[in-house]
Design a protein around this ligand. Structure first.
Ligand code: HEC
Length: 296
């Protein structure tokens, strides 16, 4: 009985496949793709050439669906999204020791480098034509909390219509923490990137230069004044200094990245390093630069 049913199903499937092929379908997809390869997390599946569905999704929905914001709005949307209840208040239970970093390095090379690049700067070969592009996670992970990172790596980008893959059924929890430890170590310069897929290493001078260029562009385009650019750079430096001295505290921060930024500004106001007006001005300048598409 069961066998017969299967046989009927299989012949039906073949008949359909043949009919589709006979209709002169313009591509080579008439060979049935096994379901397993659709869900497979391998790098090749993620490449734009093979991930046709994915590319279409990004080409269309992303551009039309996002309206005036466009890609620069995107990262901010993700950084200000509420962290789902299941992921709130997590703390990395895996010490970032040599063993963890070695495990993380391996996972990163196999699963992430193809899109995010060897150095974690978002410039891997399979990420080139993705829109939005893979995040420069070596850099962003320095100021993202455990909860946020664990959530985003577990659930991927479906909620935001991005190509970031959900890893919760691919990696164990420990493997996700290992890879989080690794990307943070990449960004802090504690480990050197493998030479594997391609992509730049994190470069603090280049980052600083890029930042200065963005502010200069803001002034040039009349989005901010020179005074505002100076104020922004000054507060930004103080935020950076705060981050380096409060790293552990920030990693276990409960809220999303936007809330983290706000709480750091509040802390600087409390210690008298900046005034409330400067904090407000910083946020306002940041918003204007993001809205003008100059900053992410
Ligand atoms: C198919 C390409 C692709 C692969 C493979 C991939 N990512 Fe991503 N990832 C993206 C894209 C695109 C984004 C930006 C959009 C988003 O945040 O959803 C992203 C975003 C992220 C973010 C959010 C960063 C931020 O600043 O908000 C993290 C964290 C991340 N990826 C980690 C990883 C890790 C770790 C791996 C491997 C285990 C990995 N990704 C594999 C494409 C990929």
């Amino acid at each position: 009985m069961k066998f017969q049913k299967t046989l009927i199903l299989v012949s039906l499937f073949i008949a359909i496949a043949v009919a589709v092929a006979a209709c002169g379908s313009p591509d080579e997809t008439s060979t049935p793709v096994p379901a397993s390869s659709v869900a497979a997390p391998t790098a090749s599946q993620a490449t734009p050439t093979m991930g046709q569905g994915q590319q279409e999704k990004h080409g269309n929905e992303q551009h039309h669906g996002q309206g005036m914001g466009g890609p620069p709005e995107g990262m901010r949307e993700r950084h200000s999204a509420p962290i789902p209840a299941d992921y709130q208040g997590l703390a990395d239970p895996v010490p970032a020791d040599e063993e963890s970093l070695a495990r993380g390095e391996k996972i990163y090379a196999q699963q992430c480098a193809t899109c995010h690049g060897d150095g974690g700067m978002g410039d891997g070969p399979a990420g080139q034509s993705l829109d939005p592009a893979p995040a420069p996670i070596a850099h962003t992970s320095q100021m993202l909390g455990d909860s946020y990172l664990f959530w985003r790596i577990s659930e991927g980008g479906a909620q935001f219509n991005t190509a970031m893959i959900p890893y919760k059924s691919i990696l164990s929890e420990q493997e996700i923490w290992d890879v989080i430890n690794y990307i943070r170590a990449l960004g802090s310069g504690q480990v050197q990137p493998r030479k594997n897929m391609g992509g730049e290493a994190m470069n603090p001078e280049a980052e600083a230069q890029m930042h200065a260029d963005m502010l200069a562009a803001g002034v040039e385009q009349g989005v901010i004044t020179q005074d505002e650019a100076d104020l922004f750079a000054d507060v930004h430096d103080k935020l950076d200094a705060y981050k380096t001295t409060h790293m552990d505290e920030l990693r276990s921060f409960m809220g999303n990245p936007e809330e983290m930024q706000k709480s750091m500004l509040d802390a600087l106001v409390k210690t008298g390093e900046i005034t409330q007006e400067q904090a407000d001005a910083f946020t306002d300048i940041h918003d204007r630069l993001v809205n003008a598409g100059i900053m992410q």
